[in-house]
Design a protein around this ligand. Structure first.
Ligand code: FE2
Length: 255
């Protein structure tokens, strides 16, 4: 059983599935790729899309009904990919932010792709104080973290978790991102692998391929650990993690 904690499968909400037909197509593809549980995590506050909690919850209920009608063996769970902003806690208090499965325990947190905002640690602190563990999505694709991996270590040490995109692990985003993904795994700075699928095309549902690569490189225990963490989130339990190891700064462009 595979669990995908990050995916843009909901129709007509963001740059994921265009309509119900594409959503069902994605659902069938996910099932074909071995996924049975999937968190629908539309973009929120990324400068392009606003998808508030209640709208997402309603849409997930609706799509799950269609999945049942079509007898597609996939359960969609509600979630949201929230772009970090200074007033995230206020949004949370205004009930606009949706944690995974609406349990108030884990939140997918997106950083801008080019940098790490100055208030990142403050927001992480505030979330942790509310009992919410932020899961930073695809840190391997953040330019500032690539340049300064120690910053990622600091965020994990502070209590944030991270999710690598399966495509990054198998090299779909190029050598540099694949190599940084490996560093992140080796230094115990990754806790989840997810597809971040937006359609059935390019990024796809390559979770199984990513796990095969990880098993081949690091052994089955790493893969089992990632799978167990996803299950723990699905069950709304607390994750115990390996202590993070600092990544030394790259010298002459080589990690
Ligand atoms: Fe995403």
């Amino acid at each position: 059983m595979l669990i995908d904690i990050h995916c843009h499968i909901l129709p007509e909400v963001d740059d994921g599935a265009l309509d119900l037909l594409e959503c069902l197509d994605m659902a069938n593809t996910a099932v074909g790729a071995g996924i049975n549980h999937l968190f629908a995590t539309p973009h929120h506050m990324n400068g392009q899309y606003i998808n508030k909690k209640n709208e997402i919850l309603a849409r997930v209920t609706e799509v799950n009904k269609h999945l049942q009608q079509e007898t597609i063996p996939l359960t969609i769970h509600p979630g949201q990919e929230v772009r970090i902003h200074q007033h995230l806690i206020i949004s949370l208090e205004m009930d606009e932010v949706l944690t995974l499965d609406n349990r108030g325990k884990y939140l997918l947190l997106e950083l801008p792709s080019g940098y790490v905002p100055i208030y990142t640690q403050e927001v992480i602190y505030q979330l942790l104080m509310k009992g919410i563990t932020p899961i930073i999505v695809h840190p391997e694709r953040n330019r500032e973290l690539i340049e300064d991996p120690h910053l990622l270590f600091q965020l994990v040490q502070q209590g944030a978790l991270t999710q690598l995109t399966s495509g990054s692990v198998i090299g779909l985003f190029g050598k540099k991102i694949k190599s940084f993904s490996e560093k992140i795994i080796e230094h115990h700075l990754a806790h989840f692998i997810a597809t971040d699928a937006h359609n059935v095309g390019s990024r796809g549902f390559s979770l199984q391929e990513a796990f095969e690569t990880i098993t081949k490189t690091y052994g089955i225990d790493h893969t089992l650990n990632f799978k167990e963490n996803a299950l723990t989130v699905l069950q709304g339990q607390s994750i115990s993690i390996e202590p993070p190891i600092p990544i030394r700064k790259k010298i002459l462009g080589i990690f």
